[in-house]
Design a protein around this ligand. Sequence first.
Ligand SMILES: Cc1cc2nc3c(=O)[nH]c(=O)nc-3n(C[C@H](O)[C@H](O)[C@H](O)COP(=O)(O)OP(=O)(O)OC[C@H]3O[C@@H](n4cnc5c(N)ncnc54)[C@H](O)[C@@H]3O)c2cc1C
Length: 453
Amino acid sequence: MSSDRSVMWFRRDLRLADNPALLAAAEAEAVLPLFVLDPALWGPAGPSRRAYLAASLRSLDASLRSRRTRLSVLEGDPVEQVVAAAREVGASRVHVSADFGPYGSQRDDAVAEALAEHDVELVRTGSPYAVPPGSVRKGDDTPYAVFTPFSRAWAEVGWPDPAPAPSGLSGLELEHPVDLPEVEVPEGLRLPEAGERAAAARWEAYAADHLADYADARDRPDLDATSKMSVHLKWGEIHPRTMLAELGRAAGKGRSTYRSELAWREFYADVLHHRPDTAREYLRAEYARMEYDRADDALEQWQEGRTGFPIVDAGMRQLRGAGWMHNRVRMIVASFLVKDLHIEWQHGARHFLHWLVDGDLASNNHGWQWTAGSGTDASPFFRVFNPTSQGRKFDPRGEYVRRWVPELRDLPDGEDPHDPSPEARRDVGYPEPMVDHKAERAEALRRWESIRR
Ligand SMILES: Cc1cc2nc3c(=O)[nH]c(=O)nc-3n(C[C@H](O)[C@H](O)[C@H](O)COP(=O)(O)OP(=O)(O)OC[C@H]3O[C@@H](n4cnc5c(N)ncnc54)[C@H](O)[C@@H]3O)c2cc1C
């Protein structure tokens, strides 16, 4: 069989445009577009990510069909499935964009080894990041541990312009692929539209209408002022390079702040690349010695949005209802779990990863560690968010909490939606605060002092 055949193994890069791995694959005479449903990832993905991924694969398949080919899907261990697919079509190369996560990088090494036994090469081109993790280093060749100097050096390393979609694709198909997965969206959950086209449309509309106000409005969960691009970035329906090119077209505070947020995503991927253990373990080891409470009923109350703190409950219900939560609220609910309930961040991170459609190991677990004080923040633990004053400040009219906590819509005029009176709570069926924030803040600081000594 001809050896000028390749496989394009899609993973977190579910798009045709600005996809250098696909361009590399398309240099062969014929390409097999492949996706492998890996039980090791599909199992823990949670209902919202599974449903979204299924929709995104359908969209990718539709784009490929418009180019007279299709997506072949296999199910099982990629070490076996990718080798089987490459052998079936007689490919000499399997193209991927590199994965830098702890699981993905080991999986790819194992697949590369298995392919090599059949004289097939695994070719890694590009990554889900503008600058691949591991490439930004200090003068002494060590990685950055703090965001601001990282982001400066990251910009200096730079990135190429976006690449076009391949002009022609001569597609191959497998004889016996499995069907594209069908996943029902769980009741009560509303997911955004998936796919490359939806991602491009969302970004274009956001850049035109909201980017200029981003710096001022991004902390306001009531305004719907952030881009919601995290979901599309998570699945690689758009590459950050495409977004950075747009951001670079003009000056302005909104654009520079947005660029800095994209740099956070790259920073956390870099930190996790250098310290894969921090997906589970404390980045600052001393925090493992701190005293924590058992994750019991209190964890459940938090998960279900029944803490009696409106902004916390709104966030936790938004997570279940939309598979997404506003960044400011992610910080508030995370701080509440760790510093008011004294529960270890890993319990919260796991719950987030179960429900978030944008659930990403690096951004999630380091977002959690940052808020818990054990991560990359320079002035960490003593920043204890007061959920009531945070609510009043960032949701001044209480619109966000009323949107997600329907009980609060019935509060009589004059009641503070961020701290209703005991009578009003009783009347509308909303719980009393489950803890005294002031007392728990003092308790958190006491526990923190004990590990500082
Ligand atoms: C506890 C906690 C958990 C988080 N878990 C995740 C997660 O699983 N996946 C995820 O993508 N983000 C996570 N974040 C970061 C952030 O909350 C989301 O990226 C953001 O809310 C996504 O909404 P958006 O696209 O509208 O953001 P925008 O404000 O429009 O930001 C634009 C893009 O910048 C990136 N970005 C923004 N803020 C951050 C940040 N703090 N860290 C890393 N990247 C950022 C995202 O890619 C985002 O899409 C977490 C933050 C915290 C505090």
